[in-house]
Design a protein around this ligand. Sequence first.
Ligand SMILES: [Fe+2]
Length: 457
Amino acid sequence: MEGRLSDLIIRLAGGISQRRMYFDAHPRVAATSREVAGDLASLLRDMQAVSLTVGVYGGRFVRHGRYLVGPSIAGRSLVDFAERLQCGGFTFSLPLTADDLTGFFRLAADRSRRWDSLADARAAFAAAGLGHIALEAPLVEEIDDAAADDDEAGAAAGDFARLVPAYQSMYDAVAGNALLVGSNGAVDVAGAVDAGASLVALAGQGALDVMQFLRYPDYDSYTIGHSVRVAALSTMVARALGWPEDVLCEVAAAGLLHDIGKGRLPSEILFKPGRLDDDERRVIETHPELGVRLLLDNGEDSAVIMSAAWGHHLRHDGGGYPHSRSDHRPGIVAELLHVCDVFEALTARRPYKTSLSPRRAFEFMLRDAASFHPQLLATLVGTVGLYPPGSEVLLGDGRRAVVVAVGADLDRPRLRITAGPHGRAIPRDQQPDLDLAAHPSLEVAELLEADLVPAAG
Ligand SMILES: [Fe+2]
């Protein structure tokens, strides 16, 4: 149930981002409003409840006195909305309609709008006819920090304060540029480089932090989350290869900007749910060239950023696109982006497809090994491992653990045990470390689903 709630919060936030790019009657906005209303209704039915409250406290989502870590990062725009409304959360009640959500997204999307008090905000909701969405009074009681530390995603909770601003600045850099490109063809490269620098600063403190970004699903098919994750992966791999700090910042920015040309594609094709026909595919394949044009028109001259935008769909063996008659080879940064782009696409969970585990994704990539620079692929495998840091696993003896680091043997990561064999959570300060390399008889039985958040109550 908590996984579904997390999904829902992230979809609500995705609806806000989407509404910022479009308008009420846009088919994508209408479809999201309908789908989220339907999902909320079915969740309530399954909970045998008529309303659902999600609290916001101290910049995070809260439910039953615990922080919801993942949704608080990926659903940042919804937290921001609650803060502008000066409320302590939202209660969604049946019968919730698609119109309610369209109105909700419309109010949330206007970031310039502020309310002087909760009473003002409630009046605005009433004026907009949002009768099935109530604004809760601010939570006054202290959230028990010890309880938050007890949770199974405690690793993320502890680093939360540093993760949120970095994720947010990257997300804003990609979303902001998508808006700029769509309206007047401008690109804010400096903003992307700044956001890249915040990622690099975070990556310096350990893989665990950055890998958290990989765990959160997003439902924004404008590839915002995709670009953020590709930037995070590329930066981790570049760091593992020992590339210098200033290059890492450019690599991070290159990851954030690599799909910038998609902002110039017709949305009917870019967002088409089904299979593309040959003509549509050819249109999609123009995005690297469009991206480089945009960057050039904006006076950009970073070889790293330009070559990534141009060459991230070129294969190591010379295939891929953009097609070129000369035997032009992609640069090393373009090759790095290509490896990370494919891995992200395979492992991402989207509304229309399931994700592959890292193991399956690597198997898939190795079957087409000629497409990838061998050293870069090997470094990606070694950096992410079969069980990426930050993910949760079930052990053969029934205990649960969080992956702390990739081991020398990719099957045997270093872990922190979070729950005993019967699922009983272990308090954060008593969670033992366990190096699977030292326990040959113990195996990882299962990689748990990526969106798990602390069980409520
Ligand atoms: Fe691309």
